[in-house]
Design a protein. Structure first.
Length: 118
């Protein structure tokens, strides 16, 4: 079934399913990082809905997403939206196979500083 996936993709899927098993009923904060941008979204896995999101691709985003300062701005924006959506206490961080370093770490710390408990 998963023969067409690379070993990295299989590991990412395995990690994500393990996180879902360990945190039932919680909101997953999923991160996507590319060479130029960084995105985060809050996903309710029981319903399959995205509750709120933030990205460096959004119109009016002043900084670039490829540096730590840009990731911090995305984190602050996301934290404001998460608090407004009422999901600040019931979430966990899914780094999506990326190392907790650099932009991913800056994003997570900015979200925590914004009042979301991860």
């Amino acid at each position: 079934m998963l023969k067409h996936l690379t070993s990295e993709e299989r590991r990412t899927l395995a990690n994500r399913s393990a996180l879902k098993r360990k945190n039932p009923g919680k909101i997953r904060l999923s991160v996507f990082r590319s060479g130029r941008h960084i995105e985060i979204q809050a996903i309710d896995d029981t319903r399959g809905h995205t509750l709120c999101a933030a990205s460096s691709k959004e119109k009016g985003f002043a900084a670039k997403g490829w540096n730590i300062a840009g990731a911090e701005l995305v984190g602050k924006t996301f934290a404001e939206r998460a608090v407004k959506a009422g999901i600040a206490d019931n979430c966990y961080f899914d780094r999506g196979g990326y190392r907790y370093h650099g932009r991913v770490k800056a994003l997570c710390e900015a979200i925590r500083a914004g009042g979301v408990r991860i």
